[in-house]
Design a binder for this molecule. Structure first.
Ligand SMILES: [Zn+2]
Length: 275
């Protein structure tokens, strides 16, 4: 079975809720997105993996050639919002404007119409389910924003791709891989969960999902592969999520990429499960 590999194409400073990294500072912070995304592209190329890149519109405006190169390499492009704000902190109209700006900026780089979306910080949850309808109204058919995890979503959310109905039409929801460990649900295919787990454990979890007939969805950020990441002081939890065990991540990721089959969201078998 083919699993799904996704990349949130953003800068290292695209962290929500940290005043020192607020939007006003972005133009003064050192950009690392070019070299780190090139590392990701090289890695995927070596493993013959085509992936889905969720691009921050603000990045697309400043690095159009980078996004064009991602498209040229055969990857699929979605939106990761324009200004990387949590959806549940936005009003519906502000969310719609931000989404449209990102769609325009990304399409201007040569990507075909942007019909996939991932919210910053998995911020479509019970506080912002209205956003699914707005996405459908704006032509989005795939959302990958709802994490089956207490910290950012809810453990009761489905762990597999499924269809949801909105008044504006159906939307396919593609949740990230989690695992039950230490009597808790933990991220497994993304963030610190992917960084802290051995490739063997990640591959076992993927196998487990595949045996149940569902693809595993993995997610990385280019900044996780930065050989020399800029350091800032973050609140404790965020510091952990951002910096935990970056060392050797590229190596472990290669083992994961070599150990299972991955593709784009668009390459998944038709999703029939409906919520
Ligand atoms: Zn993000």
């Amino acid at each position: 079975m083919r699993n799904v590999f996704t990349v949130d194409l953003e800068e290292w400073f695209h962290v929500c809720g940290v005043p020192a990294l607020a939007r006003d500072h972005w133009d003064r912070l050192p950009s690392r997105v070019e070299p780190t995304t090139r590392i990701v592209l090289d890695l995927l190329d070596r493993h013959h993996v085509r992936a889905t890149f969720f691009v921050v519109g603000w990045v697309a405006e400043r690095h159009p050639q980078l996004v064009a190169d991602v498209v040229a390499a055969g990857h699929e492009i979605g939106s990761h919002s324009h200004t990387h704000q949590r959806v549940y902190e936005l009003e519906r109209d502000a969310f719609r404007d931000d989404l449209r700006r990102s769609q325009r900026a990304i399409a201007a780089c040569g990507a075909s119409p942007v019909t996939m979306f991932r919210a910053p910080e998995w911020s479509i949850n019970d506080r912002s389910l209205w956003a699914l309808e707005t996405l459908a109204e704006e032509g989005v058919t795939v959302d990958a924003s709802m994490a089956p995890l207490k910290m950012v979503g809810a453990v009761g959310y489905p762990r597999y791709p499924h269809r949801r109905h909105t008044r504006a039409g159906p939307i396919t929801e593609v949740p990230p891989l989690v695992a039950d460990r230490f009597r808790q649900v933990m991220p497994m295919g993304w963030g610190w969960g992917l960084r802290m787990s051995s490739p063997r454990r990640v591959l076992r979890t993927i196998e487990h999902a595949n045996r149940a007939g569902v693809p595993a969805v993995l997610t990385i950020h280019p900044w996780e592969l930065d050989p020399d990441p800029p350091r800032v002081r973050l609140p404790a939890g965020l510091h952990f999520a951002h910096y935990f065990r970056l060392g050797g991540f590229r190596h472990r990721l290669r083992a994961v990429l070599a150990g299972a089959a991955f593709g784009r969201i668009g390459d998944m078998d038709a999703v029939t499960a409906t919520l």
